[in-house]
Ligand binder design. Sequence first.
Ligand SMILES: NC(=O)c1ccc[n+]([C@@H]2O[C@H](COP(=O)([O-])OP(=O)(O)OC[C@H]3O[C@@H](n4cnc5c(N)ncnc54)[C@H](O)[C@@H]3O)[C@@H](O)[C@H]2O)c1
Length: 357
Amino acid sequence: MIELQTSCAMPDRPRPILGIGAGGIVRDAHLPAYKIAGFEHVGLYDPDIGKAKTLADQFDVPSVFGSMEEALEGAPDDVVFDVAVPGGVVRKIIPQLPDGAAVLIQKPLGLNLEDARHLCAVCRDKQLIAAVNFQLRYAPPIIALRSLVDRGLLGDLHDIQMQVTLWTPWELWDFLKTEKRVEILYHSIHYLDMIRFFAGDPHGVFARVNRAPGQPDLADVKSSIILDYGDLLRVTVSANHCHEGGLANQESYVRLEGSEGVAKVTLGLCMDYPRGRPDVFEYCLFGDGTPSWETLDIEGTWMPHAFIGTMASVMAKAEDPSRPLPTSVDDALRTMAVVEAAYLSSASGSTPIDYGD
Ligand SMILES: NC(=O)c1ccc[n+]([C@@H]2O[C@H](COP(=O)([O-])OP(=O)(O)OC[C@H]3O[C@@H](n4cnc5c(N)ncnc54)[C@H](O)[C@@H]3O)[C@@H](O)[C@H]2O)c1
């Protein structure tokens, strides 16, 4: 059995965190992750003050602010702002942050590529240390997968497949009902970002999004995406969030196949979201004999543990500017560009078939 890295780099001295937005993801992932990491959370602001108060009580957060202005006044100098609001609100929040501040922004970086470009420019003008919360890269099984790849154990990658067939309770996010883009912008964006983490930037995208007949209030809730990396690497993301067959035959896995081996990581989180099911990390190194599969026990999962990594990366960068910030807003802009291209591809339609009729 091989040993793989599963943990992320941590700052030498964690900074205090101030949360802007106190919704479901802050309750289910941000605050639990920061508790595990021992990060100090100094306060929460949400226009729904009741929500902020409930979370503050539950997680021993000392301050709840009545307005954004109060939150900014109450923020310690070395704070990291933790923005977790709907994509359409990010554009309103970032310009209000003090120049030079450190901030972690929940994905998506705005509603589209134009928003993302604007937000990057604002971050640059204000000299913010700013990253997007693409935390899937920091999920312990994905760190392990990356370490398998970096050690060359899979050889040259020729196939990456992200497969999702499950039921997603979209009703948890009220704000989605008015969004023009749902599945790729709010969900598969994580997979696109993770694939960039493994394979770099694709040259192009073919995509088709679909709505669900039983969910008339929502825009796209399914997608089929092919990322073009040229002749020698096939990459697909296929996401069906409308599977009504219960938990038995769900799928949620990423499979990386190379010249020397293959690894399959089942990500349990979205199967029965937000409770999740166990992850499974399996790999098979070809060697000289008959291929045989091993299963590795990995401690920690996407939610909440991955959320430690993105926050730690911002703290570490704020401490020492020479350190990397893997999900910086400038890097996230490239993931947003892939998302935009996927929607454009879907809108531009498929190649007509000449049946000769
Ligand atoms: N794995 C992940 O990374 C993950 C998972 C779920 C959600 N998210 C992202 O997190 C964001 C929030 O999702 P959620 O699940 O918490 O949704 P939610 O609807 O439960 O909460 C959103 C919160 O934002 C608050 N809000 C709205 N405007 C605000 C403002 N101007 N200032 C401060 N707060 C404001 C709302 O009052 C609400 O409490 C979304 O953009 C979503 O994409 C990420």
